[in-house]
Design a protein around this ligand. Structure first.
Ligand code: PLP
Length: 395
């Protein structure tokens, strides 16, 4: 299929090759371990480049996987995409590929907590040192560079707290020193931000979230430019990273409708967030599309829109009081992995996952994922919970 610059068209056509689909629309789920060769010459030929798009051994991919990786690569730009069994496996797999013992890594202080625990755990044990940086640092990141700094791990907006980073400034500083930049792009999906086009080396997705989109699959991807892709691929193969073809199929199925789902998540989230902003129990709304969100101007400049995940800080009270808000909600279920069709609510204290920029807030932080339900129902559900919270916290 030919390429289109229009994302909605690209979502429909990307990764659809006749040789993979044999005249139907979607690639079949190729269940495989061994691939058999016609001749010794064919075996030799395929062994030369086992990452190429021909069958060699199913651990290195099948057409079901390639349809998804090719589609993500077309949307993100770059040289290629590797799949991982979860989003965090994509983050850690890419980090393992890009650093070696003795290196120094810079990670945003607003990073997804399991990314930090990998840096503070296995990375540290393997002799890689981490410094956490203020997500609002921009070009000032240069002051944190050391002789041995080899990688910056950015995530914009930040998990839980939603600071939007000046990625072009960070990337420009990194380029002067040949430091790799990896961006966890899960919140924006491949549609709202294109880190590789901005000059980043790797863009990671927890496909578990919006790409899968239906809360029924664990999956991760890392898309890289020419200089980083070979390293990603080599290390993924060395680690034996592989994804079931059923999961790759679900990722691809979700990706086809990402455009329409994301627009609805965006609209619904903006409606609910605006209502929350005026609610007497809400002190702050942490949503990149709101002017008081740190980095809002950068978001306006760099992003094509917003998704359905944001947080609010309540006016007062404590985390133990939040049970009154979150228990027994009709539509907002309590859970971690967002990006599905359903709304979620989660009290979460960023104080435990920050070191460079301590978190101070007037009340508990509540993270919300706004699903595809009717927003009148969602607002009524939150209104009831906030009334119960007010009584419980004595506000
Ligand atoms: C959820 C998430 C991940 C991890 O994805 P899993 O599939 O749950 O392992 C990584 N980064 C971000 C920003 C996430 O929200």
């Amino acid at each position: 299929m030919s390429k289109s610059n229009n994302a909605d068209t690209e979502l429909v056509i990307a990764g659809r090759r006749k040789e993979w689909t044999h005249g139907i629309v979607n690639p079949p789920v190729y269940r495989a371990s061994t691939c058999v060769f016609e001749t010794y010459a064919q075996l030799r030929e395929r062994a030369e480049d086992p990452g190429a798009k021909h069958l060699f051994y199913a651990r290195k991919g099948t057409p079901t996987h390639w349809a998804l990786t090719e589609a993500i690569t077309e949307l993100e730009g770059g040289a290629g995409t590797m799949l991982y069994p979860s989003g965090i496996a994509a983050v850690t797999g890419a980090m393992l590929a890009l650093v070696k013992a003795g290196d120094h890594v810079l990670i945003t202080d607003s990073a997804y907590e399991p990314t930090r625990s990998f840096a503070n755990g296995l990375m540290k044990d393997m002799g890689v040192e981490t410094t956490y940086y203020d997500p609002m640092i921009g070009a000032g990141i240069e002051d944190l560079f050391r002789e041995n700094t080899s990688l910056i791990v950015a995530e914009s907006p930040g998990s839980l707290t939603f600071e939007v980073q000046d990625l072009p400034a960070i990337i420009a500083a990194a380029k002067k020193r040949d430091i790799m930049v990896m961006v966890d792009n899960t919140w924006a999906t491949p549609l709202l931000l294109k880190p590789l086009e901005m000059g980043a080396d790797v863009s990671v997705h927890a496909c578990t979230k919006y790409i899968g989109g239906h809360s029924d699959v664990m999956l991760g991807s890392a898309t890289a430019n020419e200089r980083a892709f070979k390293r990603l691929q080599t290390v993924a193969f060395q680690l034996g990273q592989t994804v079931s073809p059923d999961d790759a199929f679900l990722g691809l199925r979700g990706l086809r409708t990402l455009g329409v789902r994301l627009k609805q998540h965006e609209q619904n989230a903006l409606t609910v967030a605006k209502w929350l902003k005026d609610h007497p129990m809400v002190s702050r709304v942490l949503h990149p599309a709101f002017p008081d969100c740190p980095g809002h101007d950068v978001w306006k400049r760099d992003f094509a829109g917003s998704s359905g995940l944001f947080s609010v800080v309540l006016k007062g009270g404590g985390y133990s009081d939040t049970a009154a808000l979150v228990d027994g909600r009709k539509y907002f279920k309590m859970g971690f992995s967002w990006g599905g069709f359903e709304s979620l609510i989660l009290p979460s204290n960023p104080a435990y996952a920050r070191t460079a920029t301590p978190w101070k807030a007037e009340g508990p932080l509540i993270r919300l994922h706004i699903g595809l339900e009717d927003t009148d129902d969602l607002i009524a559900d939150l209104a009831e919970g906030l009334d119960l919270y007010k009584a419980k916290a004595g506000l």
